[in-house]
Write a protein that binds this ligand. Structure first.
Ligand code: URA
Length: 422
């Protein structure tokens, strides 16, 4: 039996692990027997040498089984989950969950917090006064059964391997490795207990995967490994070369998600919700194909069932459901400032990551896990790629608690907008 040190050497030299070795590696790390510095060395070896198709499945399986695996089988129907690989202004979950639940497919989702330039769904949801994201696995299952949906923080005893490994990857330059990303995402989904998963794989300047080819490869791997571990999985590639919708920042994004539920909302966000939602309805057995799924979703929005499902969801998690009908109850930052176009022309594009970092500088995100978040801070874009602008037009409104934060945000946002001369 190889020691942790020998397992590191094996991967360093390009060797292949057995399923048993990967299970042992994960167990040794989670139990504390294998210290952080050894896991860091193994992660770097795996980053450089890669993991083959079998190793990726074995690692993912070992991570999923490093803690509790939720059993949602007592809840009738196909339980569907959705996961995005992370982007800027991505509030689809907040609109999608009630849209899909309103169509009769239970949604069971564990989400993460924002770290770095991508916002986290939990932070967005917590901008609704009273909304609780901490819930025991038992309460999670009961809520999915009774309210038709739940979005909660991953509890500490679910996939502890990912939590610990991700923290090390974040500080050792080993995040952008396809096998490690696949292990991280799919192990959480397997442990979360849903039967079927729709994966939104982002490609572009605001995503981990900068090119379509990289995103395609990640999507194929996510589907392959998810299916190998017994889940029904669909992946879609979506654009992250500019923020999704117009709002970036927690309460601002909740407002925009509510607009979608009202039949309003920016076209790119609405389209992404329809695309992902239709796939969730197909996986959930509620629609034969995507076209039928789109019809069900559109009906749920038109007749108000999606809004009703949102009220029920917010109330079930202790939130103030009145925000669904009166978004002015959401936090608003004390100060606002316009970013103005420097000349006549058009918006050629965005550095989407730069927009995310501008929102962070305004107070909407956190640089370290301990940072507090200003739920009212952020950015609303008034122009998107291809839109014409004249000198002095407002390209975006920035929201923050102070002039100092607005200065910091403006500097970054101005640098993240690319203009084409008119
Ligand atoms: N999202 C995750 O959950 N894990 C990764 O490794 C990258 C993105």
């Amino acid at each position: 039996m190889r020691t942790p040190e020998e397992l590191i050497e094996l991967k360093r030299d390009g060797g292949k692990h057995s399923a048993e070795e990967l299970a042992r590696l994960v167990r040794a790390f989670v139990s504390g027997e294998m210290p952080d510095y050894q896991m860091s060395a193994w992660l770097m070896s795996a980053y450089i040498r890669g993991l083959d198709a079998e190793e990726t499945v074995w690692l993912t399986d070992a991570m999923a089984r490093s803690g509790r695996v939720l059993d949602l089988s007592a809840i009738p129907g196909v339980k569907v989950d959705k996961h995005s690989t992370g982007g800027v202004g991505d509030k689809t979950t907040i609109a999608l969950v009630p849209m899909v639940a309103a169509c009769g497919v239970p949604v069971a989702k564990m989400s993460g917090r924002g770290l770095g330039h991508t916002g986290g769904t939990l932070d967005k949801l917590e901008s609704i006064p009273g909304f609780r994201v901490e819930m025991s696995p038992e309460a999670f299952a009961v809520q999915v059964r009774d309210a038709g949906c739940a979005v909660v923080a991953q509890s500490a005893d679910v996939d502890p391997a990912d939590k610990l490994m991700y923290a090390l990857r974040d500080v050792t330059g080993t995040v952008p490795s396809v096998p490690l990303i696949v292990g991280s995402i799919i192990s959480k989904k397997v442990a979360g207990g849903a039967d079927a998963i729709v994966l939104d794989v982002k490609a572009g300047s605001g995503a981990f995967m900068k090119t379509q080819a990289e995103a395609r490869h990640l999507a194929d791997e996510l589907v392959r490994v998810g299916e190998a571990l017994g889940k029904r999985v669909t992946a879609v590639l979506t654009d992250m070369d500019q923020p999704l919708g117009r709002a970036v920042g927690n309460a601002l994004e909740v407002r925009e998600a509510i607009e979608v539920l009202r039949g309003e909302g920016p076209p790119d966000l609405v389209e992404e919700c329809m695309l992902l939602g239709a796939k969730m309805l197909v996986l959930g057995g509620r629609a034969c194909d995507e076209d039928e799924g789109r019809i069900h979703l559109a009906e749920a929005v038109q007749d108000g069932r999606a809004l009703a499902a949102c009220r029920a969801w917010v109330a079930a998690q202790g939130g103030d459901e009145r925000v669904v009908d009166d978004p002015s109850r959401l936090a608003v930052a004390a100060r606002a400032r316009e970013l103005r176009a420097p000349g006549d022309g058009a918006i050629a594009g965005f550095d989407a990551e730069g927009v995310g970092r501008a929102a962070m500088a305004l107070g909407a995100g956190r640089a370290t896990a301990e940072d507090a978040i200003d739920h009212g801070a952020g950015i609303v874009l008034h122009a998107k790629r291809g839109d014409a602008v004249s000198a002095g037009d407002s390209v975006a409104t920035m929201f923050a608690a102070s002039e100092r934060l607005l200065d910091a945000g403006e500097e970054r946002l101005a640098a993240a907008v690319v203009y084409a001369q008119g």
